[in-house]
Write a protein that binds this ligand. Structure first.
Ligand SMILES: *[C@@H]1O[C@H](CO)[C@@H](O)[C@H](O)[C@H]1NC(C)=O
Ligand SMILES: *[C@@H]1O[C@H](CO)[C@@H](O)[C@H](O)[C@H]1NC(C)=O
Length: 313
């Protein structure tokens, strides 16, 4: 009797484990309107829980199969940009760099994301929560391998997600040239980028990777006042993640490309920051891209993909 109960419990536990790496979309054909796997990205319209109509672009890789759970990568555009400009900029639909993952480019309301001073009253955390449910129900996804990246305001929002309850659903976070806005405390009007308290309540120890340019005149690496709020210094923001994750304040520094690029790795790289000399407010890319007509020393996207590959829930 007791043994029977135990074996039932064990069977239940093993079934739960077996299904934990598959989403409800596994075994289902691609949605009717969806472009075939490997085709152009496809625009999806739906309503988030609070009724707001939303859209996202989705790219299904050539090798997609409904019985092979795929990683899912979100890429969030900068302020004033669009889902399709972010696809072009971040290149997660480029199968040379992302052969297996489903790439999703959500569209922000008024082309902006929650967490910035100019996007108050928008619940994009709910939007992402709803997209995860919507996508994992329609496509075969590995729920342990959902990732988020973004540029500028979209990078700041990637940081907002890492600090939210979604840190338990998203395995790793890669903000690029990110704007980590913090409202000024009520008793002061002074922004102190090296001292301002960085509010953040993740539900676990979270992998973080940030890229920044030394010549970023929009979101300065050193931080400072902007749009009535305060940006912490990026080096400090990265170090604060290491401390929050229990990895301490010591990093290994690697000098790359003849000293033009520096990388700081905390906890063996679980928290990593890159600084590129001479680069502006840009997504690092060897070729010219929408951010930078000159290109820079390396491509961030394959670095992000390799690093994402190290983390799963
Ligand atoms: C620095 O690198 C060494 C050698 O790979 C490793 O053992 C150590 O954990 C790293 N330290 C940090 C802070 O990542
Ligand atoms: C690109 O290179 C040219 C020539 O060196 C320089 O004048 C320009 O400022 C650069 N643009 C950016 C965005 O770095």
């Amino acid at each position: 009797m007791a043994i029977n109960l135990i074996s039932k419990l064990l069977l239940f536990a093993s079934l739960t484990l077996a299904t934990a790496t598959q989403s409800p979309g596994c075994g289902k054909p691609l949605p009717k309107a969806q472009q075939p796997a490997g085709g152009a990205s496809h625009k999806v319209q739906f309503k988030q829980t609070n009724g707001t109509p939303r859209t996202y672009l989705i790219h299904i890789p050539k090798g997609y199969s409904s019985d092979k759970p795929a990683p899912l990568i979100f890429s969030f555009h900068g302020r004033g940009k669009t889902a399709s400009s972010q696809e072009e900029l971040s290149q997660f639909s480029n199968e040379k760099w992302n052969p297996d993952g489903i790439a999703v480019y959500p569209q922000g309301i008024e082309n902006a994301w929650q967490g910035a001073p100019y996007s108050k009253g928008v619940d994009d955390i709910e939007f992402v929560t709803d997209m995860i449910d919507h996508i994992t129900d329609r496509y075969c996804v590995n729920p342990k391998r959902i990732y988020a990246a973004g540029k500028s305001n979209g990078g700041g929002f990637t940081g907002t997600l890492a600090c939210s309850a979604l840190s338990s659903k998203i395995a790793a976070f890669a903000p690029v040239s990110a704007a980590f806005y913090i409202p000024l405390p009520k008793d002061t009007s002074v922004c102190e980028p090296e001292f301002i308290d960085i509010p953040c309540k993740p539900s676990r120890s979270v992998p973080i990777l940030e890229f920044h340019g030394s010549q970023d005149d929009t979101i300065a690496y050193a931080g400072g006042a902007r749009s009535g709020e305060c940006l912490p210094s990026v080096a400090r923001w990265v170090k604060a993640w290491s401390v929050r994750d229990g990895l301490g304040t010591c990093a290994n520094e690697t000098v790359l490309y003849g000293g033009k690029v520096r990388k700081w790795e905390y906890g063996g790289g679980k928290v990593t920051g890159y600084l590129t000399e001479g680069l502006g407010h840009a997504w690092p890319s060897l070729e010219a891209n929408g951010d930078n007509p000159n290109g820079t020393y390396f491509d961030a996207t394959p670095v992000i993909m390799e690093w994402f590959g190290r983390w799963s829930l």
